[in-house]
Each structure stands twice: as structure tokens, then as C-alpha cells.
Design a protein around this ligand. Structure first.
Ligand code: ZN
Length: 113
């Protein structure tokens, strides 16, 4: 499953950061998941739960923050909201757009002990 490897990636970062920041427990993780990313939040929560069992993040809460898709349309010279990764501009229907936000998957905040 796609989400499984994403969660493994998150756990790896948590473990690396534990050494750098010197913590031994993760209480909660706030994860930014763009609306255009392929990760399904519900699956992320399930996988995170399973993968962190017995680790420093065992029982940690996963808080998912969704960010909207946003792109720069060269024709409109405007930032426009997009619903699909390769969708057209909602204003002019053009495809000369550049994705600016909404496909990210990154850790925003960590609560640790
Ligand atoms: Zn446009």
C-alpha cells in the first residue's frame, strides 16, 4: 500500500530527529497532506498506527492538515485553485499552469517528550 511507505518515511524522520533533538517519545505529529497528493488521510492514520507500534511514536496522535491545491496560471497571471493535479485553470480553462501548493506531504509540527 502506498500509504504504508509514506508512513514508514514519516517514522524514519521521527527516529532521525529523535537523535538530533534528543527526545525519546513522540506524542503527536501534525502532518501536512495536500489535497492533490495521492495519500488518503484515513489510510494514513491506520498505517501510522500500525507502523509506530512498539516504536518511540507508539500511541502518538496523527493530526492531518489538508492544504488546498493552488497553481499559477500564466495566461491569467493569477493564482488559481485547482482540484486535480494536472487539471486546467478554472478561470480560462488553459493548461499553462504551474502547481504551487497542495501536493506536499510533510511534517508541520511535532510534540515530543
Ligand atoms: Zn487561467
Amino acid at each position: 500500500m502506498h500509504e504504508m511507505s509514506l508512513c514508514q518515511g514519516v517514522l524514519k524522520i521521527l527516529q532521525e530527529q529523535a537523535e538530533i533533538q534528543n527526545y525519546s517519545r513522540v506524542n503527536s505529529v501534525t502532518l501536512e497532506v495536500g489535497e492533490l497528493s495521492t495519500a488518503v488521510p484515513e489510510s494514513m492514520e491506520m498505517c501510522f498506527d500500525a507502523i509506530t507500534r512498539g516504536t518511540l511514536a507508539d500511541g502518538a496522535e496523527l493530526i492531518i492538515v489538508r492544504t488546498r491545491g493552488e497553481a499559477w496560471c500564466r495566461k491569467c497571471e493569477d493564482l488559481v485553485p485547482v482540484k486535480e493535479r494536472f487539471g486546467p485553470c478554472p478561470q480560462c480553462d488553459g493548461v499553462d499552469i504551474e502547481l504551487r501548493a497542495g501536493d506536499a506531504l510533510r511534517i508541520q509540527e511535532l510534540e515530543v517528550d
